[in-house]
Design a protein around this ligand. Structure first.
Ligand SMILES: *Cc1c(COP(=O)(O)O)cnc(C)c1O
Ligand code: SF4
Length: 335
């Protein structure tokens, strides 16, 4: 018999974690011991966009603190119901660049393939919070259509797997998709836009890494991390695996009022990301999506924060401050 102290602690698999998400305000409030008088407000927000959060991400939040910077990213609030001029359901007019279901082709040379209809967490500020995933709900039939579109467009050399979050897919589906993309000769790069290395770092398995390193495609992983508190030992381990496999590892953040809108926070984030193996890529100004206006920041303030970052960091640790302007063929730098 193995002495108790030597038994490995039970760690749920990433698949178990995905089945065990917190998906209702009540469970969220209980898990974090939040003041119940705010529960009604949470239900008013959740009616618009459901609650969804992984337990490993939840574990990095401070109990009882309604202003925790991680909690604020996933906590629904009544204010999401406010109608505010200039904030719309589809701020990027993506439906006009949806040439075939499951593909968003706006940018030269690269195409975004909607690999999954869901994420492991629902970020309240998400520009796709009102996206029609129902009719863009990925299935093998839809992927085949998307792949045909890519095959016929030889100007495309990079496929970006996005979503939703491509890494919520199981390995068999994901590997099938990677193999199919690999079979298109004009594609040279495959990029993953995923929040899972942060919110469910267990997803970065050796099998996943091996799949990428054995591919003829040049792999890039772009993670999405907004605050230094999101990085714990498990995240560092996952990022280290990606980096050590020689995969390009970049981070994008969204500038969010009340969450990461100080240069101190963002400088610390860049430092911690670099220590973990990731380079800052983009700092996005929030897309003007209905329901998230309370996270927005005046552009002037954003530029000032960015300048403070430049004064405090080496150039390679300063992300590009960008905004997505509908119909522009690239993201627009803000100075
Ligand atoms: C952001 C984005 C990309 C990727 O842009 P990069 O500047 O290459 O990172 C591609 N397609 C769409 C629709 C995007 O929004
Ligand atoms: S992980 Fe990305 S796509 Fe998914 S809800 Fe958050 S911001 Fe939106």
């Amino acid at each position: 018999m193995i002495p108790r102290t030597q038994q490995a602690a039970y760690t749920p698999s990433w698949q178990d974690e995905l089945k065990n998400l917190i998906t209702c305000p009540k469970a969220l409030f209980e898990a974090l011991e939040l003041p119940v008088e705010h529960l009604a407000s949470a239900y008013k927000g959740e009616a618009l966009f459901s609650v969804r959060v992984t337990r490993p991400f939840l574990a990095r939040m401070q109990k009882g603190d309604l202003n925790d910077p991680l909690l604020l990213q996933i906590l629904p609030v009544q204010a999401e119901n406010k109608e505010i001029d200039g904030y719309s359901d589809d701020p990027l007019a993506e439906h006009q660049h949806n040439p075939t279901q499951g593909v968003i082709h706006k940018y030269h040379g690269r195409v975004l393939l909607i690999a999954a209809g869901q994420c492991a967490i629902n970020c309240r500020y998400c520009f796709r919070r009102n996206f029609d995933y129902q009719s863009n709900n990925p299935s093998r039939t839809q992927w085949l259509e998307s792949l045909d579109y890519i095959r016929q467009n030889t100007t495309i050399n990079e496929v970006i797997l996005s979503g939703g979050d491509p890494l919520v897919l199981g390995d068999s589906q994901l590997n099938w998709l990677i193999d199919q993309i690999e079979g298109i000769s004009h594609i040279t790069r495959i990029r993953f836009h995923s929040r899972l290395p942060i919110v469910l770092p267990q997803r970065i398995t050796t099998a996943f890494i091996n799949k990428l390193t054995s591919s003829r495609l040049n792999p890039i992983v772009v993670i999405h991390c907004n605050h230094p508190n999101e990085i714990d030992d498990d995240v560092r381990e996952a990022l280290c695996k990606i980096k050590q496999a020689g995969i390009t590892l970049l981070n994008q953040s969204v500038l969010l009022a009340g969450i990461n809108d100080t240069s101190d926070t963002l400088v610390e984030l860049s430092e911690q990301l670099f220590d973990a193996g990731a380079l800052p890529y983009y700092l996005h100004l929030m897309d003007k999506v209905k329901g998230a206006a309370h996270f927005d920041l005046p552009e002037k303030r954003a530029v000032a924060i960015h300048q403070e970052m430049q004064a405090a960091l080496p150039g390679f640790l300063v992300p590009k401050l960008v905004r997505e302007i509908p119909h522009k063929p690239n993201k627009t730098s803000i100075f």
